[in-house]
Design a protein around this ligand. Structure first.
Ligand SMILES: [Cu+2]
Length: 358
């Protein structure tokens, strides 16, 4: 009787765990490798299912045999002493050979998957140099080996295009990962890696479904967790318009507008030392902060630490150190260590200017 109630309690706990994880994963919008949107992630998902499947079968068989033996051969009052055995060659051969075959099977499929994802099916349609900074991603779109335009924390590509990435770091080791599209690849200073991806699924009715979250998957400093980016998959024509827009120099604010006042602040407060705005600032020596030429068109601020709204941008410009402690961008609120003492009006003007940079 007591044994039964224990079994029931364990079964109850297991069920609770299953339900809880189902509910939690439904609430959570983090990307899953089991919801692939392209061939690399698809192949990797097959691999994950296969390994879990084999492991589950082994687990069920071994556990069932164990439970059977525990019950069937338990000690009963008045039972005779059990037969004393030593060694069983046949059994030992079986439990050595079977796991070996299983592991070699998994190894075979693993190597096959590695070859499947190593090389793209056809030449690259787009090449992007991906540069890992502390703590944001620079995307440098290449044409004939030259920079076409740069952006930050937002990678765009047309559906079905083969996108080739050169992974570069001039600081510490990062790891580039888009769970629903690619595996992880390290971004190592002095050793450029390459990777590729292709997004084959596309929802023409809801553009939100074509945006994938990416992350840095290697601890690269205190704000490593705030080094996210998004990948926006578009139709070829939407992508072409995006490229045309990104290649334009920055929009000029209307004379006398709040944005025009913001541009003045930008040019005098020291922002230009770290940030370039094409057509406005002189080029930055030794790039420190993201290029802001089209900042207003981006969805995230500073590696996804905030979404790009006017209120959030105010917080960021006023007190970046509170929002993302340790970041290379100083505060401008006059606190100790800040690089300026801007008034709220000046920051509001900056916000108006930056958001106008579509
Ligand atoms: Cu990183």
């Amino acid at each position: 009787m007591r044994f039964r109630s224990k079994v029931r309690r364990i079964a109850g706990l297991a069920l609770l765990g299953l339900v809880a994880s189902a509910v939690l994963s439904a609430c959570d919008k983090s990307p899953s490798i089991l919801q692939p949107a392209g061939p690399i992630a698809q192949n990797e998902a097959y691999m994950a299912y296969m390994v879990f499947g084999v492991a589950a079968v082994v687990f069920v068989l071994v556990t069932a045999a164990l439970i059977y033996c525990i019950i069937r051969f338990r000690d009963r009052p008045g039972a005779a002493e059990a037969r004393q055995l030593q060694g069983n060659q046949r059994l030992e051969i079986i439990w050595t050979v079977v796991p070996t075959l299983l592991l070699f099977g998994i190894l075979f499929f693993t190597i096959r998957t590695m070859f499947l994802v190593a090389t793209p099916p056809s030449p690259a349609n787009i090449t992007v140099n991906v540069i890992g900074h502390q703590w944001w991603w620079e995307f440098d779109y290449q044409q004939n080996g030259k920079t076409q335009f740069v952006t930050a924390d937002e990678l765009h590509a047309p559906v079905n295009a083969i996108v080739h990435l050169n992974l570069i770091s001039d600081n510490v080791i990062h790891s580039f990962w888009i769970p629903q599209l690619t595996g992880k690849t390290d971004v190592i200073p002095g050793h450029n890696n390459t990777m590729w991806f292709q997004a084959t699924s596309f929802d023409p009715n809801n553009p939100d479904n074509n945006v994938y979250r990416g992350a840095c998957a290697e601890f690269c400093g205190t704000q490593h967790a705030h080094m996210d980016f998004i990948v926006v998959i578009q139709t070829q024509s939407d992508y072409n318009s995006w490229v045309t827009q990104q290649m334009q120099p920055a929009a000029t604010p209307a004379a006398g507008s709040q944005a025009a006042a913001g541009l003045k602040v930008f040019q005098t407060a020291g922002c230009e030392g770290c940030h370039a705005i094409n057509g406005v600032t002189p080029p930055v020596k030794g790039l420190i902060g993201p290029n802001l030429t089209h900042f207003g068109s981006r969805q995230l601020i500073a590696g996804g630490v905030l979404s790009n709204t006017a209120d959030n941008l105010f917080q960021w410009v006023y007190q970046a150190q509170t929002v993302k402690p340790g970041v290379d961008m100083p505060d401008f609120n006059g606190s100790a260590g800040s690089a300026g003492n801007l008034s709220q009006d000046q920051v509001n003007a900056l916000v108006a200017y930056l958001e106008s940079l579509q």
